[in-house]
Design a protein around this ligand. Structure first.
Ligand code: NAD
Length: 265
């Protein structure tokens, strides 16, 4: 299926590894021009080199910056040869907050989580959607978490911050932006095989005393699909949401979790 987005410009955050990289790969394969952002320059440049080799890949620019800071976002918009704030597609993503016990989290921990997983996507939406609306096309995909629908106790910072973003998106996606062909959707990963999954499992291992391998095996067996997701399949869903074909989908929370969420809706 031709997604009809070749030549568009996409900003993909947290794109040197994991789910963000999966999204960047799927968009690059569609001929979308990319500005990819991550904090570590080395991993980011490696990712960019691989992305440029994909058949059909167009321009891939890199910005090594912390997207949760004002300076990082300014740098992304100032990428030389990039579109400024005139992105057609924005994939919002940053590292998830650490697991832990809510009794140990002071205000600073909460502010950090809110900055990364709620306020940064809102800032990037604010900077880009009016331009998208003026041009008659825009796609925003926020990588959130299955924990928005089925909270995980040790991920309280994530549950809280991402729910704030989800509430915001539910309103703004249904504003006049929808009539201007600007869609905003949240893509909710369940358990995907990335570095982040390992960090989460390490937290559970410290808490329970069980080995990481035992926990990983038990967790994958508990998923109806009997495996962890692959970043490439997450990227393919993201690219579809960014496509011309997804114009009539907005304000949605789309789970990709191998059937793990047990509810009917
Ligand atoms: P990951 O750790 O594998 O990759 C995160 C990427 O984001 C890396 O490229 C990293 O450099 C970049 N990054 C992190 N913080 C950044 C920042 N402040 N500025 C710029 N770049 C930054 O993580 P992942 O598994 O790909 O997860 C992506 C998101 O999805 C996270 O928020 C995570 O909590 C969430 N999530 C992941 C899973 C999973 O199973 N992997 C499940 C639920 C939710």
């Amino acid at each position: 299926m031709d997604l009809g987005i070749a030549g568009k410009w996409a900003l993909v955050c947290g794109a040197s590894k994991g789910l963000g990289l999966g999204c960047a790969q799927a968009l690059a394969a569609e001929g979308v021009n990319l500005v990819i952002v991550a904090r570590g320059a080395e991993a980011l440049e490696r990712a960019a080199t691989d992305l440029r080799k994909l058949p059909g890949a167009a321009t891939v620019l890199t910005v090594a910056a912390d997207i949760t800071t004002t300076g990082g976002r300014t740098a992304a918009f100032a990428a030389e040869g990039g579109p400024g704030t005139n992105f057609d597609i924005v994939v919002n993503n940053a590292g998830g907050p650490p697991p832990g016990d809510f009794r140990d989290w002071e205000r600073d921990a909460w502010i950090k989580a809110l900055d990364a997983n709620m306020l940064t996507p809102i800032e990037l939406i604010k900077a880009t959607v009016d331009g998208m609306a003026a041009r008659g096309f825009g796609r925003v995909v926020n990588i959130t978490s299955g924990s928005v629908k089925a909270p995980i106790d040790v991920l309280g910072l994530s549950n809280g911050a991402r729910s704030g973003l989800t509430g915001f998106v539910a309103g703004v996606a249904r504003s006049s932006l929808a009539g201007a062909n600007v869609t905003i959707n949240n893509l909710l990963p369940g358990a995907f095989d990335t570095d982040r999954l390992r960090v989460t499992v390490e937290g559970a291992s410290r808490k329970t005393g069980q080995s990481i391998e035992t926990l990983l095996e038990a967790r994958s067996k508990a998923i109806p699909a009997k495996r962890f997701g692959r970043p490439q399949e997450f990227g393919a869903i993201c690219a579809f949401l960014c496509s011309q074909h997804a114009s009539y989908m907005t304000g949605q929370n789309i789970l990709a979790d191998g059937g793990a969420y047990p509810g009917t809706f």
